[in-house]
Structures are given as C-alpha cells and as structure tokens.
Design a protein around this ligand. Structure first.
Ligand code: A2P
Length: 274
C-alpha cells in the first residue's frame, strides 16, 4: 500500500493526504521550485507552505509547471502570525492566492497565536478577530478547510467561544521527543485533526539512540521510524527535504510500530533541536 494514496478525513468531511511535503526554510527561487517539482514527481500530493516562508511564488510555479491536476492536490498556506486584525485578513489571503496562482486553498491556518518575536504574548482578541475573518472566507467557498497552528488548548477554546466555529486542524511541532500530550489529547477530544510539523525534529530526532536502535529492529531508517510514528499516532507528518532520494525514503513506510514500541517512543522527552 502506497502511503501517498492514503487519506484522513477532517471533521467537515474533507479528505487530507496522510503525508504532506513541508517547505519551511526552503528559499524562494530555484531551491523551492526544484524541491516542489521533485516532491510532485515522487508523488507527494499535499504541499505545506506559508506566507512568511517567502516561497509561495516558487511553490505555485512548481505546481503549475508540474501539470498535476489542481483537484488531486492538497495545498496549505498560513496567515502570518503578526496579523491580528480582522481588516487585514482579506489582503493577506489575496496575496497568498496571487503568489500561489491558485483559485482556492485546501487549508488555511493562523500561523501562531502570537507573533514569533513575542512568543507567549496575549493576543486572544486578535486571534478571535482573524479567526472570524477566516471563517468568512471558508463560508464563501475560498478555502476547503481552516485551522490554526501552534495553538494551545486555551488558545483554541477562546476562538471557539467567541465565534462558535471549531478549527478543522491544529498544526503543531510533533516528533519523537515532543508529543505535546496536553494539546494532542485536547484536539483528539474536540475532533481537531493534528498535523505534525518537523516530524524529524528538524533532523535532531534522527540522532536519538533509542530511535536509531528501534529503526534497526524494524529494518528501516531513523527518518522512516520518525515519520511512521506520526502516522501511527494518527497525525499527518509534513517532512521536508531538498533531496529527492530522501523524499522517496520518507514515504517508504510499509511497516507499523507495535503498541509496546509506540509506548516507548511516547515516553521519550527530548525536544532539543540542533
Ligand atoms: P535535507 O533538506 O538536506 O534533506 P523536519 O522535517 O523535521 O523539519 O526535518 C527536516 C530536516 O531533516 C532537514 O534538515 C532535512 O535535510 C533532513 N532530512 C529530511 N529527510 C531526511 C532523511 N530521510 N534522512 C536524514 N535527514 C533528512
């Protein structure tokens, strides 16, 4: 069974490919263009970008030039975390669509509950305001599903209380060593689907001795174990690589992690990123 043909179903019935191709830190221009062209050639059908990655234009051009039908792709982008005003959402959304050259998005997320320069700042009113604007774009049919990223249970509760609209997705850093149990359990209970960014811990989780040893046992690479872990925890991993051979390796996942081993992996606490 090829994992690239497998889907989860979001709470609104939208199908989301189980694995996405992450594009964070891939610079606009040839790098992002070539990476996305390669990913689409390998068979990835789910591409994750964001306004602040600065690479939407190259991602969009790669999608267009690939000739892959729009309806067979799942494309995500994100409202910058520093935008917390209702009035500004339309403008940023329009720019994202223009950059990508697309007619609609499959998923649009609030990138974070606070600007990255002010992590932890209380922006709950602003989050509720931009969430309302995103819900309106969704209801106007411009986006197939909507959500948040890096939101805690309290952040989610606030926007839901203010708008009555539950996000379809919360995209969080999720990898072996960082299982965000509180957020994970909350989202599971509220039927909010978890997308796992940095499923390899930006490469760091691959160096964990328990991961290395367990990968040998399953006869897979540490990267494959890390990505399978996200899937076996019912999240959608978004691995990224600029190397085509790794893009291929990262979707060769014809194995399952046993319940006992998942328990071991869930007990690892090591979220350093180097
Ligand atoms: P590269 O792009 O040079 O291949 P994450 O998805 O957790 O953010 O991790 C991405 C990092 O892991 C990148 O530095 C990427 O490097 C590297 N990487 C991606 N796939 C693999 C792999 N199969 N084996 C080793 N490193 C990988």
């Amino acid at each position: 069974m090829n994992i690239l043909n497998e889907y989860y179903v979001l709470s609104n019935g939208v199908k989301i490919p189980k694995i996405g191709f992450g594009t964070w830190q891939i610079p606009n221009g040839n790098d992002a263009y070539n990476a996305v062209r390669s990913a689409l050639k390998v068979g990835y059908n789910h591409i994750d970008t964001a306004y602040v990655y600065g690479n939407e234009e190259s991602v969009g051009k790669a999608i267009k030039d690939s000739g892959v039908k729009r309806e067979s792709l799942f494309v995500t982008s994100k409202l910058p975390a520093y935008v917390k005003e209702y009035e500004k959402v339309d403008q940023f959304f329009s720019e994202t669509m223009k950059n990508l050259g697309l007619e609609y998005l499959d998923l649009y997320l609030i990138h974070a509950p606070w600007p990255w320069e002010e992590i932890g700042k209380d922006c709950k009113e602003g989050n509720a305001a931009v969430w309302k604007a995103i819900v309106e774009l969704y209801e106007a049919g411009k986006i197939k599903s909507i959500g948040v990223s890096n939101f805690s249970p309290a952040d989610i509760k606030y926007i839901v209380d203010q708008t009555g609209f539950v996000p379809h997705v919360n995209q969080i850093a999720y990898f072996i060593g960082k299982n965000q149990k509180e957020t994970y359990d909350y989202c599971e209970k509220e039927n909010i689907f978890i997308e796992a960014y940095s499923p390899l811990g930006i490469g760091f989780a691959l160096k964990n001795p328990i991961v290395i040893e367990m990968a040998q046992k399953y006869n897979v690479t540490p990267a494959q174990l890390c990505i399978r872990y996200c899937l076996d925890m019912n999240t959608a991993p978004l691995p990224k690589s600029v190397h085509e051979n790794r893009m291929v390796e990262n979707v060769q996942l014809d194995f399952k992690i046993s319940k006992e081993d998942l328990k071991i992996l869930n007990s690892i606490e090591d979220d350093r990123r180097e």
